[in-house]
Design a protein around this ligand. Structure first.
Ligand SMILES: N=CN[C@@H](CCC(=O)O)C(=O)O
Ligand SMILES: [Zn+2]
Length: 411
């Protein structure tokens, strides 16, 4: 299959030589070709340039993109889209004044989702989850990280991993599986967290490692969940089975998870609604990507990640949806890009960098995704007619997507 796109009003994120991460001041730049063409063969970017350099290319499909913008598909590096049912009841409880913590303390929250998932067949869980993935692909996402973490028993967590593997096999999008080995303490271990941690380190991690589905490990490091000692214990056990950390830290409290994540060569530290100077220092000269989740802050009404503090300190930033039934029931990366500008105060260029190349980095795939570079994967958004790419975050609740190309296939 070959696709030629011509008369592209603006082709975004063009890099002749591959870029795998964008930091600090560099995030303010977005390399653009005006009035461009793009040629794709199978699943790969073969050629691109401006129309005045263009020489006729034979292609099976030709798209005239006059007045429209073409950019790499969104790279959503933090989702929990494999889950059963929903938590709309809790949503109303929160509107009526209960906090996320109040609901969790009454056995709601993650434990509510775990009960539903334990009582849902693997087939049904797959059918519910693949629908969510198909929906976010239509909204422009081409690479998605998917976590476990709603099983909370060995069998249910491994069931989640098998569903993620089946999704990976059945979709054109890139899927990065993550073992969220420690998401919440099950009721039966409430008074014996140490026992649950032993189950995780001695049984879940080795069994998940043997399945060879996921290469990332995650822990929810938070008061009432897993503390900094638990985090170190679990990351060390993960390292034995070659799991690289991508961890939930600093959402409601600062427990030291950022520095510990950097110490364990975390690929990303996610949430960061709270940050102190020590966190910023720990991240400098590290290979760890800070990830902000503005959809969660929007939905829970909690602070937004101080993204300007991170970028102005010369650090990179990725943005992601956190798509999950409790704190962010939306996988719309277009909204996240809009929220990054409106609430994190990122420029449109910074937000697009954070949702493409840096999002790919936070999944370990920015050598193959996240920019228009010869030889990289052909995952693209072709927008509806618009005057400037700034309209993508500006029209924050609109859908800018007209057509998508995933793995070189026009959908
Ligand atoms: N904070 C922990 N985990 C998810 C929420 C999980 C849930 O509430 O179901 C998050 O990233 O927000
Ligand atoms: Zn999350």
């Amino acid at each position: 299959m070959s696709i030629l796109i011509t008369n592209i009003k603006q082709l975004l994120q063009v890099h002749k030589h591959n870029v795998t991460i964008v930091k600090g001041e560099e995030m303010k730049k977005l390399s653009i070709l005006e009035n461009a063409y793009l040629y794709i063969e199978h699943d790969t970017i073969i050629e691109y340039g401006t129309m005045d350099e263009y020489h006729p290319i034979e292609a099976e499909t030709t798209i005239d993109a006059t007045g429209r913008i073409v950019l790499p598909s969104w790279c959503d590096s933090h989702t929990h889209i494999v889950y059963a049912g929903d938590r709309t009841g809790e949503y109303v409880d929160r509107i009526n004044g209960l906090s996320y913590a109040d609901i969790a303390s009454r056995g709601g929250g993650i434990l509510n989702s775990a009960k539903k998932l334990q009582n849902t067949s693997e087939e049904d869980l797959y059918n519910q989850s693949i629908k969510r993935l198909d929906e976010i692909i239509k909204m422009g996402t081409g690479a998605v990280e998917i976590k476990t973490g709603y099983g909370l028993t060995i069998d249910a967590e491994l069931k989640m991993l098998r569903v993620i593997k089946r999704i990976k096999q059945d979709t054109l999008a890139f899927i990065a599986p993550t073992l969220l080995a420690a998401h919440a303490i099950p009721e039966e271990y409430r008074k014996n967290k140490e026992e649950y941690i032993k189950l995780i380190t001695n049984e879940l991690i080795p069994k998940a490692g043997d399945l060879n589905i996921s290469h990332f490990i995650d822990v929810f490091c938070e008061e009432g969940y897993f503390d900094i000692e638990d985090l170190e214990t679990i990351l060390k056990a993960g390292q034995v089975h070659n799991f690289r950390p991508k961890i939930h830290v600093n959402q409601f409290n600062i427990l030291g998870g950022v520095a510990l994540g950097v110490k364990h060569n975390a690929l990303s530290v996610d949430h960061l609604e709270l940050l102190n100077d020590g966190d910023i220092e720990a991240l400098k000269d590290s290979n760890t990507m800070p990830v902000a989740l503005p959809g969660c802050s929007f939905f829970l009404g909690i602070p937004y990640t101080p993204a300007r503090k991170l970028i102005d300190a010369g650090l990179p930033l990725a943005i992601a949806t956190d798509y999950n039934p409790g704190s962010a029931p939306s996988g719309n990366m277009n909204f996240i890009v809009g929220a990054a500008c409106a609430k994190l105060k990122l420029t449109p260029e910074e937000a697009i960098n954070a949702a493409t190349i840096n999002g790919a980095y936070a999944m370990g795939i920015s050598n193959m995704y996240g920019s228009v570079t010869r030889g990289k994967k052909a995952n693209f958004i072709i927008t509806k007619p618009m005057n400037h790419y700034r309209e993508i975050p500006y029209s924050f609740a609109h859908n800018p997507v007209d057509q998508i190309i995933i793995n070189g296939q026009l959908l």
